[in-house]
Write a protein that binds this ligand. Sequence first.
Ligand code: MTE
Ligand code: MOS
Length: 781
Amino acid sequence: MDRKPKLIKSDIAHESSVYHVTGEARYIDDLLVNERLLHGRVVYSKIAHGKIVACNIEKAKQLPGVRAVLTHNDIPGNNQMGPVFHDELVLAKDKVTFVGQAVVIIAAESEEIAIEAERQIKIKYNELPPILSISDAIKKGRLIQPSRKIETGNVKKAFAKCDHCMEGELEVGGQEQWYLETQIALVVPGEGKELLVHSSTQHPSETQALIAEVMGLPKMEVEVQVRRMGGAFGGKETQANHVAIWACLLSKATSCPVKIRLFRDDDQKMTGKRHRFLMKYKAGFDNNGQINGIEVVQHTDAGAATDLTMAILERAMMHADNAYFIPNIRIIGKAWFTNLPSNTAFRGFGGPQGMACIEQIIDRIARKLKKDPIEIRKINYYQEGKRAYTPYGQKVENNRLEPLLKILLKSSAYKKRRIAINSFNANNEFFKKGMAITPVKFGISFTTSFLNQAGALVHIYKDGTVLVNHGGTEMGQGLHTKIIQIAAMELGIDLAKVKVNATTTAKVPNTSATAASAGTDLNGMAVKNAMDKLKKRIGKRLCDKFNEQYGKRGKPSKYFDIRFENNTVYDVANPKRKLAFADAVLDAYFNQVSLSATGYYKTPGIYFDRQQGKGKPYYYFSFGMAVTEILLDTLTGHFTNVRTDILHDAGDSINKRMDIGQVEGGYIQGMGWCTTEELKWDKNGNLLNHSPDTYKIPSIQDIPKDFRVNLLKGYPNSEKTIRRSKAVAEPPLMLAFSCWLAIKDAISAVCNHKLEPLYSLPATNETILLSIDDLKKRNSS
Ligand code: MTE
Ligand code: MOS
């Protein structure tokens, strides 16, 4: 089947879409190995905290078909897999710190035998009391790393001058990534020390680095490959490393290929999630609702190891302002140790948690002053001039809040619908409607500045087809599709002539994770850089050829006049001098011109000083806005998303279809986090909802009945970005605050907006009913 349309259009389908549908797309579990393939299994702790007093693996070892049973004693290199801070063991040594921590790993000839072997393993523990909540960790003083601070102005003075001061707490829940493909790796040992690792990882270079460290190997012996992931959402930024490392250990011990694929329930129990937060805040504002000062302490649950916690906390702190200028602000970030799996990246990377608090504050101010929250948002939005600076000192440039608000208010008929909702609520006792409009401002770049770099390796073959290697990974977001478009546009050739190779550390080394929404920004630029080199070489050769061929007729050709367009290479100054792209390539080859080039890019001009809490950490900001209307059944707590209108800023979109898909998916995923996805543990630290029957992610019924998603037109990103586009991936998740606050609005209507409802995130049926109950009680007393 011809899977690629011929024309360069900005809305082509995902490069793998046909493969996704026909089942041809190869995921790691589909790869055929040989009959020597062994199946790995991880035996993990069933208690949250305790000393290991005995670990008997002898019986398991004797079982026919069992090929290896390994403990921490069998690690050739370093027993460490913490990606940033080395505080995470590959296999537990003398104690365990959470339910789900790996203690023993098994390789067997079948999955069934491995499961039987696990039953034969007896681990005895001396149980110790676990820390299972942020409040308990605070009580016991168990900070996992030193606290952080970002501060501007003078909060104390600001509070003294305000008409109103408000204090509060907001609990913000975690979230399971729920990638469809669970964590998986397949290791094929090569000759000597070589390991070829197929890993479902967002970060092949780090997977490679940690494998090398644990195996005691130089990195050159370890190749990590990723064709595609079956979803990742941040959950495979660091924690895909774990299964890859365990599979390598088993492969080394048996000299056989080994695959580890976690069962869904095990995956949910063992791996980290979005960080839950406890926000404690104080806000000062005037009679109009303009905020003068905010003090917020962000407490987060790191889990039993640091993982990416400090970077996530940093982003939460840097998004405590969302779209609002706050002249005086003090943001304190504290990450706490708990006896739970180490929490990790999830779309938004702390941003959503940081923003939830300010959105709650804005909503509370509005309810206190009896105004529509939209009025409070408007007067606090970032503006030009003095009101353009973030708490960390970066200027908010190319602010898109004004056009977004103007267009969206009109297209969603906000005012008219607000009146209709009020009259609906006046006429209905048990059903209430609510509506909210919320903005998103999200910083694009890794806040650890040096990570903002990318590489590429581009080959042009003699037939004029192009193979692009770059450091980014495909997880469904459409990165490879955009890269194909960028490469084809740069060379002026058909999309069908370009292919993106599986990502591998053997082609592009020392890469950063595909994360922070910056996949296209960074890798697209690196690919362009390689293309520029190739075009220069081919162009120079063509000038020589043209000048030889046409001699003194006309002006001599200059290489900077050479254009690559419509599958042709030509001289703009002498347009008759031209050659088909494939012929130009062949000509270059015969004239000994290299047709392979590396590309490199680093984001210019960004930096952040952690000590000072100041800098310009982001290359630019992405913006978006959403209006959601919901219908609430106040007797059951069930809500229906009646209508959502979104206007999102993607700059000059490289692929509108893909970007709209990301916006829709982000919003729905955010809705899940804000409403139904609630993590529950028992008093011993066991996750209670570790499968889809109890952990409720959004399904088709949860999609807004009327869903109108548009991209902001006519606002390109700066000229220095790839095709003037913007990152899209993460920011739309936070548009779901419009749904979260629409529900609060409906609850508030139960007592005719006289009292402010108690509220937290997620707003589950239970939270909603308790809130209504509490309102009614307060209303009657
Ligand atoms: N979209 C799909 N379909 N699957 C995913 O796993 N991950 C999200 C987002 N969109 C994800 C997704 C996350 S967390 C990030 S950071 C970005 O994609 C990463 O890709 P990008 O930088 O190329 O946009
Ligand atoms: Mo995304 S949370 O940056 O992988």
